[in-house]
Design a protein around this ligand. Structure first.
Ligand SMILES: *Cc1c(COP(=O)(O)O)cnc(C)c1O
Length: 488
């Protein structure tokens, strides 16, 4: 930067008004801070505050008077910086994107019942691996087994539990990996060419098979695979047939793929286990959304393949986990794999999963936020949008913010039912001075942050994914973001 000699002298003079880090941190205010924060973190924060002040001086942003004010408030600024650096980085946000299972926003929100269950188990000890009847050792999966079966069917659980077992691991990717490694390591697994998919986040079926120590034998073609293709590929090395739900894309046109039932007939006659990676954990049909081809976990279970894998935090609406549901002998083999120990989940996950599954088995599935969000009629969302807009009418009258209620499309997200859109309504915001992306950034800086999207130079907030009890808070946050200075 070119600066005149005079400006340089001015900058030197202003620089000298700033205290040194050493002089700053021996001030009385910092003695109190030292009780809760390390010396190094205080010094780090002081350096950052001083560097910021110097950059303001260089940019010509200060007079002697304004700098004197800043020096006066430096201690408070350092305290704020220290506190900020010691705050959690993982915080709740308001999801106004209309994407119900937003992977970046933590997928499924938990039901109140699940949150209560987590809190209670988290606070103290629990019988995670203790059989309360005998006082002997219990299995953590006992907390998922019966409850999963009764959420899936009305049949006699005692009978079912003789044949079926459940294991819970970190997520569905872990479930698939663990199942392949436990049941097919060193052998071949048959997968249709059309199912050698990437599920997102780098989860690619061929790589998972390789890492699981399994030889992939791809059968059929990308668009058409028949049962005969599987039958012809079976040999002495075949350990399993894997069927992967095409959850994040759809194929149209000249396509063919055997139904689960047909594969099960082949599995029975050839003695090869059928493993269905169901993925979504969907429990209730999406027919009402015009999505009739999205298979449910209940359908898969009815067909009774040897093994099923599903996610806990997609359409099931529970905590992040992977459910493995299968023939008892297979589940026992999976649990005996040392990797099960590495991939298993903690007590908090079982607590949340139990509560979620109980909502289904007791016909209270409306308690589950994902289920509720899927069902909200567009008209309800329109009325809520109008209400939020009413709360902002002074800003609208002052012409500092233009707010309209517009039709929009929510999506399911999380790589599920890619073609499905839900008719919805959104608030469309346009600020008098700020661009849409500046307003979007200000919304992200609120506490809690509001996550929205930009469409046609407007900020769009779809209320389907905002909990109704958060509408008043959203109104306040919109107001505060609209009033924020761009450089704040
Ligand atoms: C989502 C999905 C997975 C991965 O599930 P995560 O719980 O994200 O690990 C695996 N298979 C299918 C078919 C899926 O839809």
């Amino acid at each position: 930067m070119q600066q005149s000699g005079e400006a340089k002298i001015e900058i030197q003079m202003l620089y000298r008004m700033l205290p040194s880090v050493d002089a700053l941190v021996v001030r009385r205010e910092f003695v109190r801070l030292l009780k809760t924060h390390s010396r190094a973190s205080i010094i780090g924060a002081a350096r950052r505050c001083l560097a910021h002040a110097r950059s303001e001086i260089v940019a010509g942003g200060h007079t002697a008077a304004s700098l004197a004010n800043l020096v006066e408030s430096l201690a408070a600024a350092v305290e704020q910086a220290v506190t900020l650096a010691a705050s959690p980085t993982l915080v709740p946000v308001l999801n106004a994107t209309g994407v119900i299972l937003h992977t970046n926003l933590g997928r499924a929100p938990l039901s109140e019942a699940a949150v209560r269950a987590v809190t209670e188990v988290a606070r103290g000890y629990s019988n995670l691996e203790l059989d309360l009847a005998t006082g002997g050792r219990g299995r953590r999966d006992d907390h998922a087994e019966r409850i999963t079966l009764s959420a899936l069917t009305d049949d006699d659980e005692d009978e079912l539990a003789k044949h079926w077992g459940v294991a819970v691991v970190n997520n569905c990717a872990a479930a698939t990996f663990l199942a392949l490694n436990s049941l097919a390591e060193g052998g071949e697994v048959l997968v249709s060419h059309g199912e050698l998919v990437e599920i997102g986040g780098g989860f690619r079926i061929p790589e998972i098979l390789r890492k699981a120590g399994v030889i992939l034998r791809a059968v059929g073609t990308t668009n058409r695979t028949r049962v005969r293709d599987y039958a012809e590929a079976i040999n002495a090395e075949t350990r399993m047939i894997l069927r992967v739900h095409q959850s994040n894309f759809s194929m149209h046109g000249f396509t063919e793929r055997p139904g689960l039932a047909e594969l099960i007939v082949l599995g029975k006659s050839s003695g090869i286990p059928i493993f269905e990676d169901q993925g979504t954990g969907l429990m209730l049909s999406l027919d009402h959304l015009g999505v009739s081809d999205e298979p449910t976990l209940i359908d898969s279970f009815k067909h009774a393949p040897d093994l099923i894998a599903a996610s806990g935090d997609k359409l099931l609406g529970g905590p992040q986990c992977g459910l493995l549901l299968g023939r008892r002998a297979l589940i026992e083999t999976i649990r005996a794999n040392p990797l099960y120990r590495a991939l298993r989940v903690d007590k908090l996950t079982y607590a949340a999963l139990q509560a979620t599954l109980l909502s289904y088995s007791t016909k209270r599935e409306h308690e589950i936020p994902v289920v509720r969000m899927l069902r909200i009629p567009a008209e309800d969302l329109r009325l809520r949008c109008m209400h939020v807009r009413d709360g902002l009418r002074d800003l609208v009258a002052a012409e500092s913010l233009n707010v309209s209620v517009v039709p929009s499309q929510s999506i399911i997200g999380g790589g599920t039912a890619p073609g499905a859109t839900l008719p919805s309504f959104a608030l469309s915001l346009r600020h008098k001075t700020h661009t849409a992306s500046a307003l979007l950034a200000m919304l992200r800086r609120q506490t809690p942050p509001v996550i929205a999207r930009v469409q046609d130079d407007c900020v769009l907030l779809d209320l389907r994914t905002v909990l109704p009890e958060q509408d008043a808070m959203l109104t306040d946050l919109l107001r505060s973001a609209a009033a924020a200075r761009e450089d704040a």
